[in-house]
Design a protein around this ligand. Structure first.
Ligand code: NAP
Ligand code: GLV
Length: 310
């Protein structure tokens, strides 16, 4: 196979060296839009420019260097007959569990209060909190959502998860499946964690209606995609007090515009889309093993359904 590395946002040398070391029997090139097409049949991409697919017309297998495939599927040039394969965990799930646990603890254990006290030179223990008062609901129980759920359940949080098909194999987690179960899931949830992929169905999903159904004084943790959360509805819910705070890693527009009200609201914690980063070693190992399987005519997992969008 001839593999092409096309990740315009990152220096290619380290990735390509690792790829060549892992797959010495295959040819590896770096995409150069100013050079003639390489004729590669496999590409590794992250947020590629649309002209990649009009330039490199032999591509049949595309490895996405991330879990979410919304950006690549949104390209009008993405070839209709190409196979799209996403990263499955590859070291991202544990990072996400860590991020969500941190945000949850900050919200539920008064850590913001103590930060403010420290700045004011105050020593004033608060009455303390109970996990039972902070039921967590996770939207999306895929490779990442499941690890988040398992981690929080192991620590004794009251955890529920919601997905299209449901999961009954996570000890300590209550599973809710499908649209009919959503109201019951939201009604028991105070901390809403979004780990859904961005698809036609999940775009704008967390809106005023969803936020209103959460327990009062809710906290929203969005680590999925920014376009799944209607930001103006979150601002309204913060203004009314229905939502008491938010921890947001992803936004409708990235980078978050300088004049966005989130920057100036102390109840909103912002990170620049770093909740779970793509790790070179784990990602190359996973992709190399799938390339070897494909070359041997064996089945692989992680193939994106174009119909579902994830
Ligand atoms: P995944 O394994 O494909 O899991 C997706 C989950 O969402 C599945 O449980 C699926 O339900 C559920 N789902 C999808 N559409 C649904 C719908 N319409 N209604 C109900 N449930 C629905 O994905 P993943 O690997 O866990 O990754 C999830 C997302 O995290 C990625 O797509 C990406 O957007 C985001 N992400 C963000 C970062 C970051 O740094 N912020 C890093 C990595 C990933 P079924 O199980 O029933 O199919
Ligand atoms: C990052 O956002 C990813 O989807 O992997």
């Amino acid at each position: 196979m001839h593999l092409l590395f096309a990740h315009p946002g990152t220096p290619p040398e380290e990735w390509v060296a690792a790829l060549r070391a892992a797959l010495p029997e295959h040819h590896v090139s770096i995409w150069n839009p100013n050079a003639p097409a390489t004729g590669a049949d496999v590409a590794l991409v992250w947020k590629p420019p649309a002209n990649l697919f009009t330039h490199e017309t032999q591509l049949k297998t595309i490895f996405n260097l991330g879990a979410g495939v919304d950006a690549v599927l949104a390209l009008p040039t993405f070839p209709a007959d190409a196979r799209l394969i996403r990263l499955e965990d590859a070291g991202m799930a544990v990072q996400m569990a860590e991020y969500v646990l941190f945000a949850l603890a900050r919200a539920s254990r008064d850590f913001d209060v103590y930060d403010a006290q420290q700045r004011a030179g105050q020593w004033q223990p608060a009455p303390g909190t109970l996990r039972a008062d902070w039921p967590v609901g996770i939207l999306g129980l895929g490779r990442i959502g499941l690890q988040v759920a398992q981690t929080l359940a192991t620590l004794g949080y009251d955890v529920a998860g919601w997905s299209r098909s449901g999961r009954d194999d996570v000890a300590g987690m209550t599973s809710y499946a499908g649209a009919e179960a959503l109201p019951a899931f939201l009604a028991r949830t105070r901390v809403l964690v979004n780990v859904l992929p961005l698809t036609a169905e999940t775009r704008g999903f967390i809106d005023a209606s969803v936020l209103a159904q959460l327990k009062s004084g809710a906290h929203v943790i969005n680590v999925g995609r920014g376009e799944s959360l209607v930001e103006k509805d979150l601002l309204a819910a913060l203004a009314s007090g229905q939502v008491a705070g938010a921890s947001l890693d992803v936004f409708e527009t990235e980078p978050l515009p300088q004049d966005h009200p989130f920057w100036r609201d102390a109840r909103v914690h912002i990170t620049p889309h770093v909740a779970a980063r793509t790790l070179l070693e784990e990602s190359i190992a996973q992709i190399a093993s799938k390339v070897r399987a494909l070359a041997a005519g064996q089945p692989i997992t992680g193939i994106v359904s174009r119909d579902r969008g994830y």
